[in-house]
Ligand binder design. Sequence first.
Ligand SMILES: Cc1cc2nc3c(=O)[nH]c(=O)nc-3n(C[C@H](O)[C@H](O)[C@H](O)COP(=O)(O)OP(=O)(O)OC[C@H]3O[C@@H](n4cnc5c(N)ncnc54)[C@H](O)[C@@H]3O)c2cc1C
Length: 482
Amino acid sequence: MTRSRPSSVIVIGAGFAGLAAALRLSQAGAQVTVLDQLERPGGKAALGWPDFSSGPTVVTMPNIFRGLYQRLNLPEPLLTPARPTTTYHYAGKLAGRTFAPEALEVAGSLDSTLAQLSRREARQYTRLLELSRRMYRDAAPTFIFGPPPGKLKLARYALTKGGRAAPWAKLSQLVQSGPLLTPFWLRFATYLGANPYKAPAVLHNVAWVELGLGVWHLGEGESGGLGALAQRLAEQAGAAGVRFEYGVTVKHLIRSGSRIMGVHTDQGAFSAERWVSAVDRSLTARWLGQPSDKSPRGVSGFALQLRLEGDLGRAHHLFFPAEYRQEWRDIASGQLPGDPALYLHLDGNRAFVLVNAPPDPRAVADSYAYGAALLGTLQARYGEKYGPLPITSWLPIDPALYALTGERGALYGQAPHGLTGSLRPGWTHPGARNLVQVGGTVHPGGGVPLSLLSGWNGAGQLFGLPYDDLGGQANGPVGATR
Ligand SMILES: Cc1cc2nc3c(=O)[nH]c(=O)nc-3n(C[C@H](O)[C@H](O)[C@H](O)COP(=O)(O)OP(=O)(O)OC[C@H]3O[C@@H](n4cnc5c(N)ncnc54)[C@H](O)[C@@H]3O)c2cc1C
């Protein structure tokens, strides 16, 4: 792929990665068309009710958002730090504790978090936080920032830093720190789609992104959450000349040798000189006739969008079940967890509830029955401390719906289990010279900021544009503040 005269490009997928790709290509002078089967932009954020996000709720690595807006000469989105980041609630009595707060508030400062712990737990917390900082510092230059690492870069990482990432250990061994803290530390790996009991120890670095670099809400004026942010990015792309075709499902790619000439869709054929696929990588691979990807998928989710009477402010709660491990035994055997950890995101008069689910569109036989059961548990757990949630209506989003955006409903593609499984594929496909693959299932991985990085830079590669970290490395590593 060499620098050349700007040309026509089709981007398949209007999630955050597809939007970032379209914006960069349009800035480079290409004629860009974006195709998406949904009726609006945002991908995983765009299912269910239109004024809600159906996926991402919080902003991490905010410099990447700011960097993107700066590159586009647009006013930056208003971001406010989440304090506390999350309140973790525990079920029942925790064995071995000398005092028992039923909740751990991960507060605005490390000292106030530590003050809620016993001395032994505080020591463990500080040790594991520092370990996550070092693992992030070691891994980020190779696995997050920069183009997909080649063999040489991987070998250099393995020789100089790999030993410190406890390569042969599992995360569940690394973070053993008692009944209060072990599930707390395990949970971060689920943000990459891992079963935390199968995840490699190196995924402990994810904890640093939230605990060290911080968590932000969209500011008060930014209603509608990250779904609305995607909508605005699409409007800005539209104003720059990008054409959006919604309600168009791509069926397969039309090839001539190693070049993609067009796509067949349910709305007819489209042609372009270059292509960006911003859908799940295994779907693109199927379109290209590559052997089907047999590697296990990461977790899916089951979510509820709730409308509330009145404004409950902004907060994040995590309700752990009595036995966290059982949830993952259920998921590993393809079952919906009977008693899962419940994530609750409050955003004014809206709320979003999320539990992990197996990557199987048929996993939920009756979404309303499962949703009602989850709401019963949530009302009991939340209500105990804060009073009942004033829910006026709710809508379930199940793995079958998430399967519109990811193979079998997996939220982050391939399960990041084992050392090779946690390495994300690069931006090219064998046998497709004029196509790049971007998005949360490829380098540098899932989550909105990394999907933006992938879309911006994968698309840049199509025109030989230089790699641009969007200012992301300026996020850290920084001192522990949370
Ligand atoms: C419940 C949940 C909670 C999350 N929480 C957070 C969070 O708090 N913070 C965070 O940063 N990240 C979070 N994430 C992760 C984040 O949302 C994703 O990693 C990111 O949005 C992925 O963006 P993407 O553009 O790669 O893919 P997607 O958003 O999946 O976009 C892919 C697009 O391709 C389209 N498409 C697929 N197949 C076809 C086809 N055949 N024809 C046409 N179009 C097609 C889809 O309709 C979709 O619009 C969460 C995700 C979920 C689901």
